[in-house]
Design a protein around this ligand. Structure first.
Ligand SMILES: [Cu+2]
Length: 67
């Protein structure tokens, strides 16, 4: 399942990289791309192994907010 998560504005490109790396490592995630300019996280995940809520937790756990 592919979803785009709108994030609160990212301060710098390193933030995007940090979130992207964490999402890619999260269980059930096939692929993740975080667009710094748009502050968007595009995630391709297996909904039988994880959920949007779990993905939100990965992001908020790093100190970033979902818009
Ligand atoms: Cu940053």
């Amino acid at each position: 399942m592919k979803k785009t998560i709108q994030l609160e504005e990212l301060v710098c490109p390193m933030c995007a990289t940090k979130i992207e790396t964490a999402l890619k490592k999260a269980p059930g995630v096939n692929d993740a791309t975080v667009l710094y300019n748009a502050s968007k996280a595009k995630v391709d995940y297996d909904e039988t192994k994880t959920s949007l809520e779990d993905l939100y937790k990965v992001i908020t756990g790093l100190g970033y907010e979902i818009k």
